[in-house]
Design a protein around this ligand. Structure first.
Ligand code: ARG
Length: 464
């Protein structure tokens, strides 16, 4: 007799839903089916199941894959997770043989396999999208090697740089993100299948064969670790969080630059929205959302680190909590990369050369250059610094930028300064910094050619 009547039924439903992962792990169906096909081919090769059973299993699994892809697959209420859903359907389709598939396997190594395959694929997919964003930035930078803008520290005008130089900073970050993702993929690319529940299996399996069938580079070392290791998912999350941090910094700049205070960029209409009350508003929503969504990705990383930290070996049900944060982080970065590349390449997105140049004419950006030029003429540095300070004071007095002063103005301060007027030009200032990684057009073109070669090299090794 049920003590709580309907209430207890509701309780059971809540508990079943609480226990189940089918609501989200169905995203792993392709990996689950590929893993099962490889496993069944191994079982027949090793004489563990018959050729007829293996053929029936493979055909059945292909049919199920089609059903899920086509949206015809009916998930049953008792399907706790994707592994059980597929096995239930397989057994319904082919009978006895379906029940032999799980020989020498456990859901513990099965889920470890599926999730690893998925993460490796996403590591590579995200790396590809990052390479596409780098090439978008490269294309824009090529057009702006002479577009002056103020380089800043402390958000204060510091020295004149070019827009190309500024964009190259982001290309450098993204190229590191790319290499981190591919290194993680490489480290993760080992098959855990055959670890079974935690301790391996007495059946004469061939783990290397399965690994090879699935495109892994080899097999994991230890079963206990293999079923409870989620480092590969954490690396993917960290890499994703780092890349989002980079995108967020860039988007923050786009938000600032599109404001009336800066006017360095006009963002294409598709990526901005108006206000319901202020008709003139062009809110940079897409950039703000990329910046904002960085939070949920950090949350995913912190969430999974916390899930894993107190767990005794080996598999614990806690680990079912490993997936949603990773799925969400990958989708967030994937969408953000696509949208940002699209936004930058949109016809309506225009960098405002005049506004950037005008900004360079505020803040006496060439003060260091005047001092450096005086030093080159033999003036001791302390004195040169002092003279340059006097020149900026004179510019302030006249209400102009230092770069506007004439030779006569400088000569009034000190006769030696008159001939140094050329050092005040903003272009000269930018082009003077010829050191490797510097702002001079020559140095910027070298950096761009490095990026060009990088793009060619990553495109030619494009992983499948
Ligand atoms: N749904 C489970 C997960 O996502 C699959 C593994 C279940 N294994 C087990 N022994 N309960 O982690």
């Amino acid at each position: 007799m049920k003590l709580w009547g309907d209430g207890s039924e509701t309780g059971e439903a809540v508990l079943d839903a609480f226990n189940a992962s089918i609501g989200f792990d169905r995203a792993l169906f392709r990996e689950d089916i590929a893993g099962s096909i490889a496993h069944s081919r191994m079982l027949v090769k090793q004489g563990i199941i018959s050729g007829e059973d293996a053929a029936a299993i493979e055909n059945g699994l292909r049919q199920i894959e089609g059903e899920i892809e086509g949206g015809e697959f009916v998930f049953a209420s008792e399907d706790e997770d994707i592994h059980m859903a597929i096995e239930r359907r397989l057994t319904a389709l082919i009978g006895e043989a379906g029940k032999r598939l799980h020989t020498a396997r456990s859901r513990n190594d099965q889920v470890a396999l599926d999730f690893r395959l998925w993460c490796v694929r996403q590591d590579r997919h995200l790396a590809d999208l990052i390479a596409e964003l780098v090439s978008a930035l490269y294309g824009i930078a090529l057009k702006h090697t002479e577009t002056l803008m103020p380089g800043m520290t402390h958000l204060q005008h510091a020295q004149p740089i070019s827009l190309a130089y500024h964009l190259l900073a982001y290309m450098a970050m993204l190229m590191r993100d790319h290499s981190r993702l591919l290194e993680s993929a490489k480290r993760a690319n080992l098959s855990p299948l055959g670890s079974a529940a935690l301790a391996g299996t007495p059946h004469p399996i061939d783990r290397a064969f399965v690994a090879d069938e699935l495109g892994f580079d080899g097999v994991t070392l230890n079963g206990l670790d293999s079923v409870s290791d989620r480092d590969f998912a954490l690396e993917l999350l960290f890499n994703t969080a780092m890349a989002m941090m980079h995108l967020s910094r860039f988007c923050e700049e786009l938000v600032l630059w599109s404001s009336a205070e800066f006017r360095f960029v006009r963002i294409g209409d598709r990526f901005t929205t108006g206000s319901s009350i202020m008709p003139q508003k062009r809110n940079p929503d897409a950039a703000e959302l990329i910046r904002g969504k960085t939070g949920r990705v950090y949350g995913g990383l912190m969430g999974l680190l916390t899930v894993m930290k107190g767990m005794p070996l080996a598999y614990n049900k806690d680990m079912q909590e490993d997936k949603e944060g990773v799925f969400d982080a990958v989708k967030t970065l994937s969408d953000s990369l696509t949208i940002l590349a699209d936004m930058l390449q949109d016809e309506g997105t225009v960098f405002n050369r005049e506004a950037m140049r005008a900004a360079c004419e505020r803040g006496h950006l060439s003060a260091t250059d005047l001092a450096d030029a005086a030093v080159k003429k033999g003036v001791p540095f302390r004195e040169a610094h002092h003279l340059s300070r006097k020149a900026t004071a004179l510019a302030d007095q006249k209400g102009v930028d230092l770069s506007m002063l004439k030779a006569e103005d400088l000569a009034l301060i000190d006769p030696r300064l008159g001939e140094l007027v050329g050092a005040l030009s903003l272009e000269a200032s930018m082009n003077a910094r010829v050191s490797a990684g510097g702002t001079a057009k020559r140095a910027v073109l070298e950096q761009l050619s490095f990026v060009e070669n990088w793009i060619k090299s990553v495109c030619s090794i494009k992983p499948s």
